[in-house]
Design a protein around this ligand. Structure first.
Ligand code: CA
Length: 173
């Protein structure tokens, strides 16, 4: 099963209370999360930053990727691979220039597939997208239902858990 879920665990976070967790125990395909469409200005300077944590990334293709819309179709613009192996939380970022024909982007977070039955897991938190130094999109991956619950009960009553966003996602074509 491939699944994408909000993950929260008080001993295991960057900024309370949650991150996005991508889990994949299938031998092909990716678990993915994709941002909403973000409007951008052609030829502006972009920076994408995110914190990531991973377990058993055993093949090369866990990515933070940017796709852009050129008026007819979405296409690859830029990306950053995660390293192989397992890590704690690490801040990562990359920069690029918006191509002259691109006016909107989506940021995708992906987790590669299992190898020899060992599931691949990647967590992401604190995604930020900057255009010419100005923050234009941010996501701290607090699940909407959790945010609602916290507004009623307060953050200290929240324990560990997960809220599933989706299961069995295919990579974007
Ligand atoms: Ca968070």
């Amino acid at each position: 099963m491939r699944k994408t879920e909000y993950d929260f665990w008080p001993g295991n976070y960057i900024s309370f209370p949650s991150s996005i967790k991508l889990f994949n125990d299938e031998e092909t395909g990716w678990a993915i999360w994709q941002s909403p469409v973000i409007s951008v200005t052609p030829e502006s300077s972009m920076k994408v930053e995110v914190h990531s944590k991973q377990e058993n990334i055993l093949t090369k293709w866990s990515l933070v990727r940017v796709d852009g819309f050129d008026g007819e179709k979405w296409r690859w613009v830029e990306g950053m691979r995660l390293p192989l192996g397992s890590t704690g939380w690490v801040p990562r970022n990359f920069t690029f220039s918006v191509p002259s024909d691109i006016r909107a982007i989506k940021v995708g977070l992906s987790c590669t597939h299992a190898v020899n039955g060992v599931p691949a897991i990647a967590w992401f938190d604190d995604l930020g997208v900057y255009q010419d130094g100005v923050l234009i999109y941010a996501n701290d991956f607090t699940a909407p239902l959790l945010r609602l619950a916290m507004s009623v009960a307060g953050p200290l009553t929240v324990g560990a858990g997960a809220i599933i966003v989706s299961e069995g996602l295919r990579p974007a074509s």
